[in-house]
Ligand binder design. Sequence first.
Ligand code: SF4
Length: 96
Amino acid sequence: MAHIVTAPCISRRHADCVEVCPVDCFHLSESRDMLLIDPLECIDCGVCVAACPENGIFMEEEVPEQWQEYIAINASEAASLPVVTTREAGRRVEGS
Ligand code: SF4
């Protein structure tokens, strides 16, 4: 069980979530232009859910049907990507 970052993060990346996570389990995917959570590090505290202005983070069992693929994406890709612990490092600079 873990929390999952889904499609609303793509190309937005406000990255408020990374500053509230107590175990630093957010990673940056430049190729997907989104943040991902390493499910092996996530302790399911849930504080990142409210921090996301795009409502893009869900408990694994509550991920909407159309974004189910992100469960596997977070699990298979996050751990190999750079850890992000500050908004400056994680947020999208241009746009939004
Ligand atoms: Fe981090 Fe808690 Fe969100 Fe998991 S649920 S990613 S531990 S803030």
